[in-house]
Design a protein. Structure first.
Length: 273
C-alpha cells in the first residue's frame, strides 16, 4: 500500500509508525486507519523488528477525526468510515477477543509504545490508550472529545480508561469530555513519563532499546498477552496459564541463555523471534 498519511522506519530493532498529516495535526481519516493497520501487520511480521513506536509528525499526535470528515457525516446524516472493505488485520496471532479496532494492539506479538508529541483527542486518544506504554511532552492537550459532538465514548475508551486509571478518574474524563494536559495525565497514571519535545523520541527509543535488550522476545510476547488475557478472567485461570507457560518456556534456548547471562553477569544474546 502506498503511504500517504503515515510513514514507517526501522532502526535498532524498533519499527516507528508516524501519523503524517502535520498540516491537519494528524487528524484521523479512513486512509490513515487503513495505512496504520497495514503498517502494524508489517512491523509485527518483520523479524528485524522487536518493538513498535507510534508517534505523530509535526506539532500533534492525532487530534481525532478530521473536521472535514465530521462535517461530511453530519451532512449525510450518518457515519461513513471511509475505509476500504478489505483492510489489513493486525494481531491475528493473538487472542481473537481482541480482533477489533485498536484492541488489536493487544494481540500483536511485539510491544507497542506511544510517543505523544502533541495534542491527542477522540480516536487519537483511544489509539494511544491501547498501546502498552505512553510517554508524552509536557503541556499537550488531551480529551475524549466525544460528548461535545453527541457521540458515545469512542473505540473502547469506556473499557480501557477505567482499567488504566480507575473508575472514578476515568468517569471524570469520560462524562465531561473535558480537556486535560499530559501533565495531569501523568499524575492520573495514563502517561508513563514526560520528556521535552527535543528529546521525546530519543528518550522513548532509549527506553525501548533497553527493554528489548534485557527481556527475551518470547518473554515480552507472552507477558503482554498474559496481561491482556488476564483482564478478562479470574486469578485461578491466570495462575494456571502462567504455570503452563513456565514449563513450556523453560525448554527454550533463550531460557538457558538468560540463566547463563545472569550467572556470568553479562548482557544476554537473545535468539531470533
Amino acid at each position: 500500500m502506498e503511504l500517504k498519511a503515515t510513514r514507517y522506519d526501522v532502526a535498532n530493532g524498533i519499527g516507528t509508525i508516524t501519523l503524517s498529516r502535520p498540516e491537519r495535526m494528524n487528524a484521523w481519516t479512513g486512509r490513515m486507519h487503513a495505512e496504520y493497520r497495514a503498517l502494524l501487520v508489517r512491523a509485527d511480521e518483520d523479524v528485524s523488528v522487536r518493538a513498535i513506536v507510534v508517534t505523530g509528525a509535526g506539532r500533534g499526535f492525532c487530534v481525532g477525526g478530521d473536521s472535514q470528515a465530521l462535517q461530511g457525516h453530519a451532512q449525510r446524516g450518518g457515519y461513513d468510515p471511509g475505509t476500504p472493505k478489505d483492510m489489513a488485520e493486525p494481531g491475528l496471532a493473538g487472542d481473537a477477543v481482541f480482533q477489533a479496532s485498536f484492541a488489536y494492539h493487544f494481540a500483536l506479538r511485539k510491544p507497542i509504545v506511544a510517543a505523544i508529541n502533541g495534542p491527542a483527542a477522540g480516536v487519537g486518544l483511544a489509539l494511544a490508550c491501547f498501546t502498552d506504554l505512553r510517554f508524552a511532552v509536557p503541556g499537550a492537550k488531551l480529551t475524549t472529545a466525544h460528548g461535545k459532538l453527541n457521540l458515545p465514548a469512542e473505540y473502547g475508551l469506556s473499557w480501557i480508561l477505567p482499567r488504566v486509571m480507575g473508575l472514578t478518574r476515568a468517569n471524570d474524563l469520560l462524562l465531561t469530555s473535558r480537556v486535560f494536559s499530559t501533565d495531569e495525565g501523568h499524575a492520573l497514571g495514563l502517561i508513563n513519563g514526560l520528556f521535552s519535545p527535543e528529546v521525546l523520541l530519543d528518550s522513548v527509543y532509549d527506553y525501548v532499546e533497553r527493554m528489548i535488550a534485557t527481556v527475551s522476545p518470547n518473554a515480552l510476547r507472552q507477558t503482554r498477552w498474559q496481561i491482556y488475557r488476564d483482564l478478562h478472567r479470574g486469578a485461578a485461570a491466570a495462575v494456571e496459564d502462567s504455570e503452563r507457560l513456565i514449563e513450556e518456556m523453560m525448554t527454550e534456548q533463550d531460557y538457558a541463555e538468560g540463566v547463563a547471562a545472569f550467572l556470568e553477569k553479562r548482557s544476554p544474546r537473545w535468539g531470533a523471534l
